[in-house]
Design a protein around this ligand. Structure first.
Ligand code: NAP
Length: 524
């Protein structure tokens, strides 16, 4: 990978001159936003903008720069199908390589001129008179006929609600907001959490810190990692014969697809995986007391399964302590546990996850009734085809709602098919707005929730970010991912109340006459 990561400069005058109305506005320039931009271009829709609050593309992969950051989905599957990358250096991609890959995609797919960096969406409200979204950003207001939410579910760091957090006198930051100006060498460092981020951070910083206190609330299931460098010969072959990359991609896809019934239908099939993980623990941790502390008490897969060959060795080093007592308080000089122990700390790293099912953006999106999406969802972020919500016309989500499982890039591309077909249908039939019917929204989500009880995410005996505050499992897809691909292959106009552009050719029996009329029309 050779692409430079030049940070675009903001020119205030140029911003003032910028276009203010678009056919489509996309929030976020991660996989979802860039993929959507690419598909719009393919559909001949050039009048779009991508609003990105950061100074570069990548979304989660722009923000997460913590030491050891690496994806646990294989490289060839964690890429767009339309932009294979022969340059991956490892079988599981490093965080910075993914960011470079996305930067290259943005450049090579001609998306950079469409992106407005440093534009954070502060509020987006549906204007029912003008039939368009009014989008207030940190650098001015624009309007758009269609709004696409490409921000995903892991874009807002979650800091734990622990008494005294603000009183801490040392340095502290979230794993997704790593402060590279803080020198960790020789420091007493605390890492809160033992999830996907923490198990990569800890082995990376352990050799340099003086003391490392790892606060574990729930032990994760750890599997042996099969990560390895991709040889120069392999890379040369992939460059010369790009189709060859389809082989590891298909293999990785089928492996995950083949495992789907164990996660979604019959969790007793997970037993061999648990045995494999226990063996890994036994091989790497000889001390039975420590092993006991590190043994999960819920079914494997209930929380994300974490691949690592480095985690157990790192936490057994002399300068590391696994603390299993709860965190009672943060004090000016460290952390006090529920057992009363005081840990003197210089730097606290919060590897405590994200607001995945209580998306802060939902407070900023206001629909037809003047109601925020957060009020409409009341704690359960749901959407028809995991994409559209009644009362929020011309708003499409790509990723983040009931789409987790296997490679999220695969799921994103499925949703891109759906949104792409929706926009083509709207264009070809002169449709101004689409607003999903309540009953279609309900039956799609009922069908998803009906499948949840036997899944490991609902019945595996853990609490995880896949489950929302109402107890619904709203972050994962409870079926084969090819099934989602099939169900989202086409837009389904019959599930929507649609309103024509005045003088357009009607789509038989489906058109209403105005935004306001469509709003008051009966469901069904
Ligand atoms: P996470 O999986 O949500 O883990 C958060 C950790 O913080 C958990 O161990 C949690 O304990 C702990 N925690 C939360 N509040 C706490 C508190 N008050 N006191 C003590 N511990 C507390 O977050 P993450 O590790 O950032 O990962 C989030 C998601 O990002 C992953 O599931 C994955 O989808 C993605 N991700 C992927 C990769 C990868 O591909 N390798 C890497 C990083 C992130 P409990 O378990 O008890 O709740």
């Amino acid at each position: 990978m050779t692409t430079s990561l030049a940070v675009p400069q903001h020119d205030e005058e140029a911003i003032a001159d910028q276009q203010v109305h678009f056919d489509v506005a996309i929030i976020g320039s991660g996989f979802a936003g860039l993929g959507m931009g690419y598909r719009l271009g393919q559909a001949g829709i050039e009048d779009f903008t991508i609003l990105e609050r950061a100074d570069g593309v990548g979304g989660a992969w722009w923000w997460n720069t913590y030491p050891g950051c690496q994806c646990d989905i294989p490289s060839h599957l964690y890429s767009f199908s339309f932009a294979p990358n022969p340059d991956w250096t490892r079988t599981y991609p490093l965080g910075e390589e993914i960011q470079v890959y996305l930067h290259q995609c943005a450049e090579e797919l001609g998306l950079v001129p469409h992106i407005r960096f440093g534009h954070e969406v502060q509020r987006a409200s549906w204007d029912d008179r003008a039939c368009r979204w009014q989008i207030q950003t940190s650098r001015g207001t624009i309007t758009a006929r269609v709004l696409v939410g490409g921000h995903g579910g892991l874009s807002e760091p979650r800091l734990p609600d622990i008494p005294g957090r603000d009183s801490f006198r040392g340095r502290s930051f979230h794993s997704a907001q790593w402060d590279h100006s803080v020198e960790l060498a020789g420091k007493r460092v605390a890492v809160l959490g033992t999830g996907a981020s923490a198990i990569q951070i800890v082995p990376s910083i352990q050799p340099k810190v003086a003391r490392l206190h790892v606060f574990q609330r729930t032990p994760p299931w750890i599997m042996p990692h099969t990560d390895r460098p991709i040889t120069k010969l392999e890379r040369r072959l992939y460059r010369r014969f790009p189709q060859l990359q389809r082989i590891p991609r298909a293999f990785a896809y089928l492996l995950r697809e083949g495992a789907s019934p164990a996660f979604t239908r019959n969790i007793s099939l997970l037993t061999p995986l648990e045995q494999r993980a226990r063996l890994h623990l036994k091989k790497q941790v000889k001390d039975p007391e420590l092993r006991e502390k590190l043994t999960p008490t819920y079914r494997i897969g209930c929380k994300r399964i974490l691949p690592s060959n480095k985690w157990y060795p790192a936490i057994q080093q002399d300068n590391v302590e696994i603390v299993t007592d709860g965190v009672a308080a943060i004090t000016p000089s460290g952390i006090r546990t529920t057992g009363g122990a005081e840990h003197e700390i210089d730097v606290i790293v919060y590897a405590t996850g994200f607001h995945a099912t209580d998306l802060p953006i939902a407070h900023r999106i206001v629909g037809r009734d003047g109601k925020t999406l957060n009020d409409a969802w009341r704690g359960s972020p749901l959407a028809h085809k995991n994409s559209t919500v009644p009362g929020y016309p011309n708003l499409f989500f790509v990723h983040g709602l009931n789409t987790g499982y296997s490679s999220m890039v695969f799921m994103i591309e499925s949703q891109l098919n759906y949104v792409d077909d929706a926009l083509r249908t709207m264009r070809d039939h002169g449709i101004q707005t689409v607003d999903v019917k309540e009953d279609a929204f309900r039956s799609w989500n009922d069908a998803i929730q009906d499948r949840m009880p036997p899944t490991v995410w609902s019945s595996g005996g853990c609490s995880s970010w896949y489950i929302d505050q109402n107890g619904l499992t709203t972050a994962v897809w409870p079926n084969f991912t090819w099934r989602f691909r099939w169900l989202t292959r086409r837009f389904d106009p019959e599930a929507y109340r649609v309103q024509p552009i005045p003088t357009a050719i009607p789509l038989e029996g489906m058109l209403e006459t105005s935004c306001a009329h469509a709003h008051s029309g009966a469901d069904g």
